[in-house]
Design a protein around this ligand. Structure first.
Ligand code: UDP
Length: 253
């Protein structure tokens, strides 16, 4: 059966789901960085991110953080609720790194006095500029109440993820979340959407400080596949077949 392709992004494809209001989220091995200026393939990434994101979103659903995740369908696909994605990336930071360290002229690795939430406007053409709450509400991307809810959810996710990862010997430096609007009989709810994986988090090994995330790809550090596998292994979600099985089918449909 040919499914209708709803959207293709950098790391994922969204297909029409089996029932109205659902979508199938397919995880690719494609990797991009610096707003598409760097592209490549991380073999097995899609399989691993599907598992890692399934695990994290399920745990978040369990503790009452609403997400779009319904269930994993197969190696590379999961069933999710169709939502209207807000055009905002929500970044939570615990340790100075990446664009934050650069912006303020800081060395990477310093713990921040408290967790910081930032918003970026999703626009490839504009390179995802940093925006304030004022910008977001004035442009009508979200209301003040929406942002209050988003901030509370983001901080809960941060508390939960920090604990989860520290239990596996990983320090959660920063991460990016996306939120969507879900309509249920005239009522709108905000839910966590997209994915949570080493593509969207910075994870540093507690002992060695080694980077176990997409920065290995961005900065040409090598051992990219191994880092994603190690995160999956520590979370206890490495597919049983192991690395040999990670290549998966060549075709999407
Ligand atoms: N991030 C992301 N998608 C983006 C931009 C950032 O998933 O388009 C994640 C990134 O992996 C990191 C956090 O958000 O965990 C903060 O990224 P930062 O602003 O430092 O940007 P970067 O240095 O990655 O360009």
């Amino acid at each position: 059966m040919r499914r209708r392709r709803i959207y293709e992004g950098k790391g994922k494809v969204l297909f029409e789901g089996p029932e109205p209001g659902t979508l199938v989220q397919y995880f690719k091995d494609d990797a991009t960085a610096f707003n598409n200026k760097k592209t490549g393939t991380i073999t097995g990434k899609g399989v691993l991110n599907n598992r890692i994101s399934e695990f994290i979103m399920s745990r978040l659903n369990d503790i009452g953080v609403p997400t779009h995740f319904m269930r994993r369908l197969n190696m590379r696909e999961q069933l999710v609720r169709e939502v209207e994605i807000l055009p905002i990336e929500v970044v939570v930071r615990n340790v100075a790194a990446g664009s934050f360290a650069k912006r303020f002229g800081l060395d990477e690795g310093g713990r921040l006095p408290r967790s910081i939430i930032e918003y970026y406007y999703k626009s490839d053409a504009l390179d995802d500029p940093l925006v304030t709450e004022e910008h977001i509400t004035a442009m009508g991307w979200a209301a003040t109440q929406d942002l209050d809810e988003i901030m509370q959810m983001a901080l809960r996710v941060n508390d939960f993820l920090q604990g989860l990862f520290v239990g596996c010997g990983l320090s959660l430096v920063d991460f990016k979340l996306e939120f969507g609007r879900l309509w249920e009989d005239e009522e709108m709810r905000l839910v966590l959407a997209d994915e949570i994986s080493p593509d969207s988090c910075r994870l540093w090994d507690v002992e060695s400080g080694e980077r176990m995330d997409k920065d290995r790809f961005r900065r040409d550090l090598g051992g990219v596949e191994e880092a994603y596998q190690e995160v999956a292994r520590r979370l206890g979600v490495l597919p049983e077949a192991g690395p040999l099985d990670l290549k998966g089918p060549k075709t999407v449909q």
